[in-house]
Design a protein around this ligand. Structure first.
Ligand SMILES: C[S@@+](CC[C@H](N)C(=O)[O-])C[C@H]1O[C@@H](n2cnc3c(N)ncnc32)[C@H](O)[C@@H]1O
Length: 256
């Protein structure tokens, strides 16, 4: 994954911060010693952790220098580290690993989830939220445009689509044998966006990024034009001109 743009991601900060709020509400901890926000992005999820756990040590971790720069500006008193979750291991006194909207990007993410949970002390919590939206029109259109343009044979574009998440049963079987308690649920958000083109802007800050980053400026423009046309055709404005972006998400809270 190439570097992310904090500015693009934050265009929809309120909407993007609702799932981590809902995830955090289900974390059954009062005073964790060390909390690590995995894939902390520009610090929006880290800020929620700082508000909730004022007495705890909070660290944000991300692989993107641009995201970390924004996060440090936002929360100058917090610790931030640049690392890849795939190879990173928590310190022994880590009581909460919070991972909002990041684990779905990792190859072999199920193996990584299990490894992270096993690394926690007894009572430690792994809290995860992942978009489960690969079958939604907005994501299907990304794959269709990728397969039909002059970029179709580019190996990076070919590899850009995320795999579907496995069903909840897979996470249960994977994690339950190594934890005392587990909660798994889906929520479907219907984000209210100003107009259909806002859906394109939303995904430019996330799942479109791997499709666009290998392309030169002209090809990017062409890709976005083809994608926008499909979005405008499928996401119809409501009576007031706004559109609803349907967005299913999977949540897991596992207590070691
Ligand atoms: C969609 S953002 C989530 C930001 C924030 N957690 C939130 O709740 O809105 C995903 C973040 O994960 C980071 N990321 C992606 N792959 C990563 C990896 N392998 N290791 C660490 N961070 C990663 C990206 O740089 C990006 O900042």
């Amino acid at each position: 994954m190439k570097d992310w743009s904090a500015r693009q991601y934050l265009k929809f900060e309120d909407e993007r911060t609702r799932p981590p709020r809902d995830l955090l509400a289900q974390v059954p901890l009062a005073r964790p010693r060390l909390v690590v926000d995995l894939g902390c992005g520009p610090g929006n999820s880290t800020e929620l952790l700082v508000e909730r756990f004022a007495q705890s040590e909070i660290v944000g971790l991300d692989s993107s220098p641009d995201m970390l720069r924004k996060a440090r500006e936002r929360l100058p008193k917090c610790g931030f580290v640049e690392a890849d979750i795939a190879t990173w291991t928590p310190a022994p006194h880590t009581d909460l690993l919070f991972a909002n909207a990041v684990i779905q990007w990792l190859p072999d993410h199920t193996g990584i989830l299990r490894r992270l949970l096993e690394a926690l002390p007894k009572g430690g919590v792994l809290a995860v939220q992942m978009p489960d939206n690969t079958r939604e029109p907005a994501l299907v259109f990304q794959r269709e445009v990728a397969e039909s343009g002059p970029w179709a044979d580019d190996p990076e574009v070919k590899a850009a689509a995320r795999d579907d998440l496995p069903p909840p049963e897979v996470y249960y079987d994977l994690l339950k044998s190594t934890c005392a308690h587990i909660e798994i649920w889906h929520s479907i958000y219907n984000h209210v966006l100003a107009r259909p083109q806002a859906i394109v802007e939303w995904f430019k800050g996330s799942s479109l990024q791997p499709f666009l980053s290998p392309l030169d400026a002209a090809a990017k423009k062409q890709f976005l034009a083809a994608y926008t046309e499909k979005i405008v055709g499928a996401y119809k404005p409501r009576f007031d001109g706004k559109v609803l972006l349907r967005f299913p998400r999977l949540f897991i809270v596992a207590v070691r």
